[in-house]
Design a protein around this ligand. Structure first.
Ligand code: SAM
Length: 288
């Protein structure tokens, strides 16, 4: 059984990047009237306590969402303001104690006729996600599936309304996850070439992690699709005192056309606010 628990990492710098991109993408895709289906291949527990045992132990949110929340909100790029406002929806008053995961963020942005299918394989997180979501009474809109997300998405592609976002956010605990992401993206593009595919990945000294965005770029280019690649580094992977992830990236195929422009002012602000040493930086590239 997997030992990865997202509760340790909720609200860290990687979540800030991933969820900022997720919010901007869902906001864009819900502008057209036609129904949107969001497929979340790795849902997690859905809601996290930042003052609970897991998060307090790791302290990762303090170096992520909580640093951002301490900044002057009005001076932040609009996508970062949207991100903070989303997190605040799950909190009362000024203090941020709760953190929403991707299924909750997505659900909060969907309209009545949009749909969310979230997959989660770990029994404990599955129970948490189901229990947390049950409180919202959104049974018609949200399906939570205790299945392998890489395989499970296939039956939903293409979606009836021909509009979908697939978020793929594995823990990469298994080395095979990197290859499975690529297979899933290739298969998804065959089944549903116009879908938006968003992949999160860790930037760590491992050949598979290094190759993943390159292979996604080649795949998108060969298929004649547009792509966007954003990375955020907060510290060197060598001098990390407390361990923890130094950097991560989001790779999108068929991204919203305005996403790059929205991220342009946000990325340097993230570097300034979340950077932990002189290695902090970002990249933002697109093509197709
Ligand atoms: N997407 C979530 C968010 O942004 O809030 C966080 C997801 S977390 C990084 C990865 C989750 O995937 C873990 O909860 C893990 O139990 C689950 N998981 C691992 N392998 C899986 C698989 N093959 N299919 C579905 N879920 C899986």
């Amino acid at each position: 059984m997997f030992s990865y628990r997202h509760a340790f990492h909720a609200g860290n710098h990687a979540d800030v990047l991933k969820h900022t991109v997720l919010i901007a993408t869902v906001q864009y895709l819900t502008q057209k009237e036609a129904a949107l289906t969001v497929l979340d291949t790795h849902g997690g527990a859905g809601l996290y306590r930042l003052d609970g045992d897991y998060a307090s132990k790791s302290g990762e949110a303090e170096e992520g969402v909580l640093r951002l929340a301490a900044a002057k909100e009005a001076e932040l790029a609009p996508v970062l303001q949207d991100y903070l406002q989303m997190v605040r929806r799950f909190n009362q008053g000024n203090a941020i104690r709760n953190y929403p995961g991707s299924p909750f963020i997505t659900q909060a942005l969907l309209r009545g006729h949009d749909r969310l299918k979230a997959f989660e394989l770990h029994p404990t997180d599955m129970r948490s996600l189901t229990g947390n979501m049950a409180q919202l009474e959104v049974r018609r809109q949200v399906a939570i599936l205790h299945e392998d997300g890489f395989e499970g998405v296939k039956k939903f592609l293409p979606p009836p309304s021909r509009r979908a976002l697939l978020l793929c956010d594995p823990s990469y605990e298994l080395k095979t996850d990197y290859g499975r992401v690529l297979d899933m993206a290739a298969d998804g593009l065959k089944r549903f070439p116009t879908g938006t595919y968003a992949v999160w990945y860790p930037i760590i000294p491992r050949p598979e992690a290094h190759d993943l965005p390159k292979r996604l770029k080649t795949m998108a280019t060969k298929a004649g699709k547009s792509w966007l690649h954003a990375t955020l580094t907060v510290k060197s992977n060598k001098t990390s005192e407390r361990g923890g992830l130094p950097a991560s990236g989001m790779f999108l195929i068929n991204p919203p056309f305005n996403l790059k422009d929205q991220l342009k002012p946000a990325m340097p602000q993230l570097v300034k606010l979340l950077g932990q040493d002189s290695n902090a930086g970002f990249t933002l590239e697109s093509g197709g």
